[in-house]
Every structure is written in structure tokens, then in C-alpha cells.
Design a protein around this ligand. Structure first.
Ligand SMILES: [Zn+2]
Length: 238
């Protein structure tokens, strides 16, 4: 189920898998993943950032053409360095650019881990629904009634390196750390919705590509961890 279908169905309480992806870096890996999913008749939602590596019209329309939903992965407040008015202008302009290529119903904020601003804060002074958006993943979804898995931190129990993506979701009956654990969990009696968030650039079908991703992720995560620690020490709320 896509995020839009989940919302259109009134956030069902039964077992359903909602697959979503954050396209943070090279969109090529997202297109590969989108083709793979389409081969299995799976429809998911791709949240794409507005960066030179990710905002590529041909690839974005390919994602949509494969039957997936395209969402806008915004980071306006970090871009505007905390200026909310400017951030909203950026949001509107970038959303318009996405909508020239694909229909956009839902949005999700990029964590901007290296920035001091939380992108979600732009909605303190403005309503995303005024942009014809039906859901912001950070605000609209009732996480207390679903299982949430993210590959942030390169394992499924995340948390340690994840600065902003904290979600109060249901606790898994058994620890789910490796992909084999997740597969086992999905095959067991999960009786609630399951959200799975993956970053396509972290995945590869070649051992060499996987190693490159793993090493670069390792260093990025160490930097995030250091920033998180130094902010805690400085007493800044994350
Ligand atoms: Zn992101």
C-alpha cells in the first residue's frame, strides 16, 4: 500500500505493509529499487529531495510511471537557515516543481542531521493542507498503532544514530535487527500495520557496491553521532 492509500483508507488498524523510501542521494538507486518492486507488483512511495543528485525529472517520472507514488522530501527550514517565511516560499516553489512532473499528495521532512533546524517546525505557523497535501509523515500518521522499521543506522532497530526520526511506534515482540528477523516478523502474526522506510542508496545487488555504501554510511553515521553528542553536551534539544 502507498502512503496515500493508507490515508485514504482512514489509517487501517489491521495488518498491511506500507513501504516508503527516502531518496536522499543518487536517484539512480531509487529507480532500480522501483523497477524491482514493480516486478513483484509492489507499489510504494518515494520521497525525493530537491538536490542536483535527486531532482532529475526523467527519473522522477519513471518512478511514477512504474506505478509508485512520488512525495516531496522537504528541507526548507534548514535551507532558509531558520527563516520560516523564506522556508514556506521555498516549500511552495519546490513543490510546484515536483508537481510539474508527478502528482504529489504526501510529504516527509528530510532529517537534515547536520543542521540546527528541524524542518518540521515550519508547520508551527502554516498548515500543509493549504498546499493540497493530505499527509505529512511526521504529523499525520498515528505511529502508536503500527510497527515502524527504518534502515537508518544500517540495521532495523535504528535509534542510536537517528537524530530526528524518533517515532513512538509499537514495540516488536522480538528484537528485529537483521533483515532475516524482519522477514520472520512479517511472516508471523503481525496484526497491525507495518511501515518500512528504506533509503535506496544504502542497498545494492553487488558486493562491491554494497561495500562502498557501507563504508560511506559508516563515516556519515559517525559524524551524526558526534554532532548528536556535542549538541547533548551543549544542552541543545534535538
Ligand atoms: Zn532524508
Amino acid at each position: 500500500m502507498t502512503v496515500k492509500e493508507f490515508i485514504d483508507n482512514g489509517q487501517p488498524h489491521d495488518f498491511v505493509v506500507v513501504l516508503r523510501h527516502d531518496v536522499d542521494r543518487a536517484i539512480k538507486s531509487a529507480v532500480k529499487m522501483a523497477k524491482l518492486e514493480a516486478n513483484f507488483d509492489i507499489r510504494s512511495t518515494y520521497y525525493v529531495r530537491m538536490t542536483p543528485a535527486t531532482f532529475k525529472p526523467a527519473e522522477i517520472s519513471e518512478l511514477a510511471g512504474l506505478g509508485h507514488d512520488v512525495g516531496y522530501h522537504y528541507e526548507c527550514l534548514a535551507r532558509a537557515k531558520g527563516d520560516v517565511e523564506r522556508a514556506i516560499q521555498i516549500f511552495k516553489a519546490e513543490l510546484d516543481d515536483f508537481r510539474k512532473i508527478a502528482t504529489v499528495h504526501t510529504i516527509s521532512m528530510h532529517g537534515s542531521p547536520l543542521s540546527a533546524w528541524n524542518n518540521l517546525d515550519i508547520w508551527n505557523s502554516c498548515d500543509y493542507r493549504s498546499f493540497d497535501i493530505i499527509a505529512d509523515l511526521g504529523l499525520t500518521i498515528d505511529y502508536s498503532n503500527l510497527y515502524y522499521f527504518t534502515d537508518t543506522g544500517r540495521n532495523w532497530d535504528a535509534g542510536r544514530y537517528n537524530i530526528r526520526d524518533h517515532t513512538p511506534s509499537l514495540k516488536h515482540p522480538k528484537p528485529v535487527r537483521r533483515t532475516a528477523d524482519l522477514i520472520e516478523f512479517l511472516g508471523s502474526n503481525a496484526n497491525k500495520p507495518v511501515f518500512i522506510n528504506t533509503h535506496p542508496n544504502r542497498w545494492s545487488n553487488s558486493p562491491a557496491g554494497w561495500c562502498v555504501n557501507a563504508v560511506s554510511d559508516y563515516f556519515i553515521n559517525r559524524v551524526k553521532w558526534l554532532i548528536s553528542r556535542s549538541r547533548k553536551i551543549a544542552g541543545i534539544a534535538l
